[in-house]
Design a protein around this ligand. Structure first.
Ligand SMILES: [Zn+2]
Length: 260
């Protein structure tokens, strides 16, 4: 089976620094491509360097809501610079009303500026959303989105928003974390995602699978990107699908959204 990781952070400093070794493990389990998401100005260079050296990486550049308060005055110019060199994907961007102490005020402005960049260039974009699904849907309805669509990374929203989001071009990312018993309800919600809009993600080094499903343990609850095969298995199982045809469908979806 050919596997595709729609969202991770391979450059994250919590992961072992030998990216080539991590990628060799990923290759052994069948990984073809992964989207590596920058989250702030200081990691865009690392993402670009990884992509330069490893063709299986689709680099993505964006300012995550957690880092909005730290942005520099010329962050947009810098982002345009990276997207000029690597016109592949925008993200991770988003809105977050969950993280304690994180100001919300400037998040929408920063999110919309990046959504606009993605829409202008018709680049796929990876969206993080916590505790503000209604407002996200409003913003996606009032603003232009990329014609090719966008990824709702680790979709944790309600069932009734799947159709309206899909109508606007949404793809829905299923992470290994959803295989935990306490996420059973979200797995049931995922059964309503249209087959052609489903994607699989590790979100490594975060969102680990339940311990008994982890194939590549790293300690401290860190998620190795080569756990991707186990995430596919967990997702196919909880959606009641045959692994082979499920993987073929996810491949089609991934290539439709992320192929250059
Ligand atoms: Zn992420």
């Amino acid at each position: 089976m050919r596997l595709f990781d729609a969202h991770n952070h391979l450059h994250d400093q919590r992961l072992p620094s030998d990216a080539a070794a991590l990628l060799a493990d990923c290759k052994k389990v069948g990984l073809e491509k992964m989207v590596v998401n920058g989250t702030n100005e200081s990691d865009w260079d690392n993402v670009a360097n990884l992509a330069q050296n490893h063709p299986q990486i689709v680099p993505s550049f964006g300012l995550h809501p957690w880092f909005v308060p730290d942005r520099s005055p010329d962050w947009q110019q810098r982002l345009r610079h990276y997207l000029g060199a690597w016109p592949t994907a925008v993200g991770e961007i988003g809105l977050d009303r969950w993280k304690p102490g994180l100001p919300y005020d400037e998040q929408e402005e920063v999110f919309l500026a990046q959504l606009q960049l993605a829409a202008e260039r018709n680049l796929p974009t990876s969206i993080h959303c916590l505790k503000t699904w209604g407002r996200l849907l409003e913003l996606l309805s009032e603003n232009k989105t990329p014609d090719r669509g966008f990824l709702l990374h680790s979709y944790g929203g309600p069932a009734e928003m799947i159709q309206p989001l899909a109508k606007r071009g949404g793809y829905f990312g299923f992470p290994g974390y959803f295989a935990h018993e306490r996420k059973k309800r979200q797995c049931e919600i995922f059964r309503q995602v249209p087959a052609e809009r489903l994607l699989i993600e590790t979100d490594a080094p975060d969102q680990s699978l339940p311990g008994e499903r982890v194939t590549h343990p790293l300690g401290q609850g860190l998620n190795h990107p080569a756990n991707i095969a186990a995430v596919y298995e967990a997702a196919a199982e909880s959606l009641g699908q045959a692994p082979e045809s499920f993987a073929a469908q996810v491949e089609e979806n991934f290539l439709r959204l992320f192929a250059p």
